[in-house]
Ligand binder design. Sequence first.
Ligand SMILES: *Cc1c(COP(=O)(O)O)cnc(C)c1O
Length: 232
Amino acid sequence: MLRGPQNLAQRILEVQERMARAAARAGRNAQSVTLLAVSKAQPAEVVRAAADCGLRDFGESYLQEALAKLDALRDRALQWHFVGRIQANKTRDIAEAFAWVHAVDRLRIAERLAAQRPHYAAPLNVCLQVNIGGEASKGGVAHAELPGLAAAVARLPRLALRGLMCIPPEETEVARQRAWFRELHGLYTALNSAGLGLDTLSMGMSGDFEAAIEEGATIVRVGTALFGPRPA
Ligand SMILES: *Cc1c(COP(=O)(O)O)cnc(C)c1O
């Protein structure tokens, strides 16, 4: 695959056009969906090139790699999202360096992030990851535990509970993709009926972001479709 900057600009445009078409099919404003470019395993120069194309939100999963990249791009006003699983011994660095975390699934992790979020920083934006397919291989809170976790996280200082995130089972059929996303949307609606005031559904990746947008995604997390296959 070609890897030049022109090619990157082209792929960004293609993804943005696909997002806009999916939003239009759902009768939604294209501006209501944020493209989060998942840049894990991509070098800082590639992120810089993507920023030059107008992207502002970037997602990372591996802390050491991410911290070096954040440092290399300090001169840019970028919004960094930690989308990976969060280990307890990594919470301080995450709380200090990121604007968003997408995969909180335990109260203990949220409590550490709240305690370690610096007072000079804006509240850390948090999504709770739901294990929507009940898969043992994936993180995420079980459906039954979600309301209790959400209520507890919403009470923590220094955090802004924004919404829900999921990584559904891989599906090739669009109807099945949409069913998982619809389920997450249902859980989100229920929490909002309970007064939580959520505004974010982080769902959809390279293989299913259009289905996610049709079911209400407000953030799609896209890596491969923008940057090509990740280097080993
Ligand atoms: C890697 C990753 C993505 C991006 O996946 P692609 O299939 O490359 O678009 C999205 N979300 C999370 C949590 C990831 O770890």
